[in-house]
Design a protein around this ligand. Structure first.
Ligand SMILES: NC(=O)c1ccc[n+]([C@@H]2O[C@H](COP(=O)([O-])OP(=O)(O)OC[C@H]3O[C@@H](n4cnc5c(N)ncnc54)[C@H](OP(=O)(O)O)[C@@H]3O)[C@@H](O)[C@H]2O)c1
Length: 126
């Protein structure tokens, strides 16, 4: 017999600059409303930004401005969302881990967040 219903604490979702549907399909809104912490799988899009060359170039440009890595910018973008997304990185490469950890030193400006967001979508945000 079930004695209690335990509400979920986490929801693991694919989210990255290449996969942003959770931003607008209600998934992250529901996480905020129900106090469920989202975990992003494939937060670096498996290393594939090259299918959106504008996004790839912008990520590099912003990383240079913040004197950090592209990985840090991709993870900082997710961390800035108000649902407090935790990224689940998939590498076992030590150098990549260091490049990812650099995100702890980065706080993206709102302007950079929205520029990344609109470039990832390929259109202005209404
Ligand atoms: N819940 C689910 O349905 C679900 C589904 C899929 C995965 N997951 C979990 O999520 C974890 C993370 O997923 P993921 O592995 O797709 O995450 P990810 O961190 O986005 O991708 C990691 C992969 O991308 C490569 N990579 C990252 N940045 C790169 C770059 N700039 N250039 C070249 N390669 C780059 C890494 O290569 P290197 O090894 O060379 O660093 C590694 O192979 C998985 O380990 C798994 O535990 C959950």
């Amino acid at each position: 017999m079930l004695s209690a219903i335990v509400p979920p604490r986490y929801n693991q979702i694919e989210i990255s600059l290449q996969q942003l549907s959770a931003f607008t399909d209600g998934t992250l809104d529901q996480c905020i409303e129900k106090q469920i912490q989202p975990m992003a799988w494939s937060p670096l899009a498996g290393g594939n930004l090259s299918s959106n060359q504008n996004l790839e170039a912008l990520t590099k440009k912003i990383a240079a401005q913040y004197e950090t890595t592209e990985e840090a910018i991709m993870l900082s973008f997710l961390a800035k969302h108000p649902s407090k997304i935790i990224s689940v990185i998939g590498t076992s490469n030590k150098e990549r881990m260091k490049r990812c950890l650099a995100f702890k030193e980065v706080t993206l400006s709102n302007q950079d967040f929205f520029e990344l967001y609109s470039t990832a979508l390929g259109h202005d945000i209404p």
